[in-house]
Each structure stands twice: as C-alpha cells, then as structure tokens.
Design a protein around this ligand. Structure first.
Ligand SMILES: Nc1ncnc2c1ncn2[C@@H]1O[C@H](COP(=O)(O)OP(=O)(O)OP(=O)(O)O)[C@@H](O)[C@H]1O
Ligand SMILES: [Mg+2]
Length: 254
C-alpha cells in the first residue's frame, strides 16, 4: 500500500508539522495525497483545511460503521484530508480495539483510487498498538527526531537499534528525519554532522529550525504554501521528492 506513516517515540517533535507539510509538498509535486489523522488531538485539520468542521472523522466512522470517505474534507493544494474528528473516550477505545491489521488495511485501501494515490498518516506519540499496525502496513515509516540529546539518546534503543543499522539494499522501510536543526547551536550542528557521516542511509533528510513553520501553523497553514522559499520549506520539498522516488520503485517497496 502506498502508505507513509509519520511517527515518533517522542511527543512534540514535529510529527504533525512534518506530516502536514510533506502531504502538501507531495501533492504539489504531482501526487494525489490523502492525509489521515490517527491522533485524537485531531490537529492535522488545523494545518490542512479550513473547511467548516462537521466533527466527523475516523473515530466516529469506525464507531458507526461508515466508510472513511464520508469524513473526507478538501485540503490544502487539492489534497484530501480524513480527520480523526470529534470523539468520546469510548469511541477512542473502540477504535483501538477494533482496528486490527485487517480492518485497518480494508479502511485505508478504501481511500485509494488511482495509481498516483499516496496515503500519508499522522500518528500519536509513542509505540502503541495502533502505531505498530500502521507500521506493518506502511511502505515507508518516517520517524521524526529532534537534533537534541533527548532524541539522540533514543536512537540506539529504538526498535533494537534499527536506525543505527545500515539500510537494506534498495528501500529501507524505516527512515528518520532530523527536525529543528539549528546550525547556530553547536550541539545541533554536531548531531547533524554525526548523523550525516555515520547514519546517512537511515536518515532521509533534515529540517531546519525555522519560525516559518510555526508561524504558518499559527495561521492554520503549511510553510509549503505560506512560505515556500524558506529554508524549512525547501528541506521538506527535498524529503518529499525522495519519498516520491522511493514509492515509485514498487519492486523494492514493502
Ligand atoms: N522545524 C521546525 N522549526 C520550528 N518550529 C517547529 C519545527 N517543527 C515543529 N515546530 C513547532 O514545534 C511544535 C510541535 O510541533 P508538532 O505539533 O508538529 O509536534 P508533534 O510531534 O506532532 O506533537 P504531538 O506529539 O503532541 O503530536 C509546534 O509549535 C510546531 O510549530
Ligand atoms: Mg502531533
């Protein structure tokens, strides 16, 4: 399935920001993107649509047995957004309980229409059951890490050192993005250089610390549209182009 899962063992590292901007970048590069929010914070919609919200999203679709296309909203740059939507605690628990791998594959498969379609999903922080099932279905998992000591300390233990092992030949299915790289800060610079020298195969790119991203978010926008010539927008365009390429090599995917 042409599915990109944006995830991270850590919270607040920029998953939603990266997911939204990558989704717009891929759409701008000619793919048909459906962005799906699997985080009950329901934050992706603030960046990707200004359509009046009905509150319907995957949580209520699952609770009521409706197809996820019922929750689709027109999003930025022509992409399609399936929000998490409003939910009660019972609906959130229900969603985690019933979305086993088969149910998830069926629901996500129902969103695909053409060969150019990409599903890009944002997830809640951590490594819960839902994240594991999404990962099992994904062609590419993008792990967002910060260029700081806390994120780097996680790398050796993340999935038994997966990010430290050389990538498989062909497509590595788990790739990391180093986010909020700030060349003015020595530690950030050193981490970025170390990653580039030693783990280049597992890191698909870095995204600079750039207020253009947070300022765009404050206006309910992505930098890809609001500030496309900024450093961070160009970083994300570069990552999107690499992901696009990887998804076009079916023999090596998944
Ligand atoms: N490269 C960046 N430069 C500057 N600010 C950034 C960058 N990436 C993310 N941010 C800001 O960091 C904050 C957290 O980002 P975001 O909400 O995307 O993180 P998250 O990983 O999705 O959080 P959560 O774990 O709660 O879902 C936001 O204010 C966002 O605007
Ligand atoms: Mg988030």
């Amino acid at each position: 399935m042409p599915l990109i899962v944006v995830a991270s063992p850590k919270g607040g590292v920029g998953k939603t920001t990266i997911a939204a901007n990558l989704a717009v970048a891929l759409q701008q590069q000619g793919r048909r993107v459906t962005a799906v929010d699997f985080d009950s914070q329901d934050a992706l919609k603030f960046l990707l649509t200004d359509d009046p919200q009905q509150g319907l999203g995957i949580a209520r679709c699952v609770a009521t047995g409706r197809p996820w296309t019922d929750a689709a909203l027109p999003g930025r740059a022509g992409l399609r957004l399936i929000p998490y939507g409003e939910s009660t605690p019972a609906e959130r628990l229900h969603l985690k309980a019933v979305l086993d791998e088969d149910a998830l594959a069926y629901a996500l498969g129902g969103l695909l229409e053409t060969d150019d379609d990409i599903l890009l999903v944002d997830t809640a922080p951590g490594e819960g059951r839902l994240q594991a099932r999404l990962e099992a279905l994904a062609d590419i998992q993008v792990i967002v890490l910060l260029a700081d000591a806390g994120s780097m300390a996680l790398v050796p233990n993340y999935r038994d050192g997966l990010l430290l092992r050389p990538a498989n030949k062909g497509l590595p299915e788990t790739l990391a993005i180093l986010n909020q790289v700030d060349p003015r800060r020595r530690l950030s610079r050193d981490i970025s250089q170390f990653i580039a020298e030693h783990h280049g195969g597992r890191f698909i790119g870095e995204v600079h610390y750039d207020e253009a991203l947070s300022e765009a978010a404050a206006c309910g926008q992505t930098a890809m549209e609001a500030a496309p010539d900024t450093l961070s927008a160009r970083d994300i365009q570069a990552v999107a182009a690499k992901l696009d390429q990887l998804l076009r090599i079916p023999a090596q995917v998944g």
